[in-house]
Design a protein around this ligand. Sequence first.
Ligand code: ZN
Length: 332
Amino acid sequence: MSQPDRNAPYLLGHDVGGTKLAVVIADRNGNILHKVRRPTEADRGPEAVVATLVDMSREAMARACLSSSDLAGVGVSCGGPLDTETGVVYAPPNLPGWDEVPLKAWLEDALSLPAFVENDANACALAEWSFGAGRGFRHMVYMTMSTGIGGGIILDGRLYRGPNDTAGEVGHMTIVENGPACGCGKRGCLESLCSGPSIARRAREKAQAAPDSLLIAFAGGDPDRITAETVMDAARKNDPCARQIVDETARYMATGLGNIVNVLNPEIIVIGTILVKAGDLLLEPIRDYLRRETWERVYDTVRVEAAGLGDEVGDLAAIAVIKQAVQTEGSS
Ligand SMILES: [Zn+2]
C-alpha cells in the first residue's frame, strides 16, 4: 500500500449527522466533485454507521474516477463532545450509543487515509473561514442560529479549541440573569433567548396578549405553530408584536456579540441560518445595538455579516476540516 500524500489534490469529507450522512469529494477550493447521501440510522450502532461511511467513500471515489492516492485525507464533521487529538467521539446527543467511539482510528484503518475529526460547529466555522464569508480574515468568530446556537473561533489564523475542544460555545454565554431555562442546565443563555425555538417561544408568549397580531394569522390561527420564520415574515409586514420580538432578539444578540468583541477583538463575526434568512431585518438592529456594547475603535474594526455558504455549509464543513489539517501539518 502506498503512503498517503498530504499534497494530493483532492479531499474527502464525512458529515455525520443524527439523521443523515454525507460523503463529499472536493478540490482544495471547495469545488465539490461528487456527493453521496444516505440516512444515518444511528440505532444500527457505530460500527455499522462507519461501515456505511466507508462504503459511501468508495462509491464517491468510483463516481469521481479517483483512487485513494488522489486524496490527501478525510475530514469528519460530527456532533461533539469529541477529542480532536485522539479522534474519539464521546456520546453526542444526536448519536445515541456512540460512547467512546474511536472514529479516527476506524476510518484510518478502513480507508488507509489520515482522518481528522472535528465537532460540527467548529467544522462549520472552518468552512465559512476557508470558503465563505470569513475568507481572508485572521480573526473570525462564527455563530449559527438554528435549533441551538453554536460557534467556532478562529484566532491568529487558526481554530482555537481550548484544552477540552469546547471553545466557541457562544450560545451558552449568560445574557439574562435567571432568564429562561437552557438545554445545558443553566438559565438565561443566549441559546435560551435567540435560538429558533427560543425566538418562537418568546413570540408565542407575546402573541397571547395580542390576538390580532399577524403572528397568529401567519401561523394559520394556531399560536403553537409560530416559528422564528413566522416572526420574520410578520415583522416584514410591520406587525408591532413581531417587530418587538425582532428588536429584543437583536438586543440579546448584540449583548452576546459585544462580550465576544470586547474580549477577542475579531475582524469579522459570521452568523448563519436564521440570520441569513432574516437578512438586514435582524442584521441592522444587531449592528446598531452592538455599537453601544463596544468601544468605538473596536466597533469600527469588526464586521458582522451573514454566513456565505448557505445550505452548502454542511457539505463543506468536513472538507474544510481536512483542508485545514493537511495545511497545518504541512506548515509545522
Ligand atoms: Zn446554555
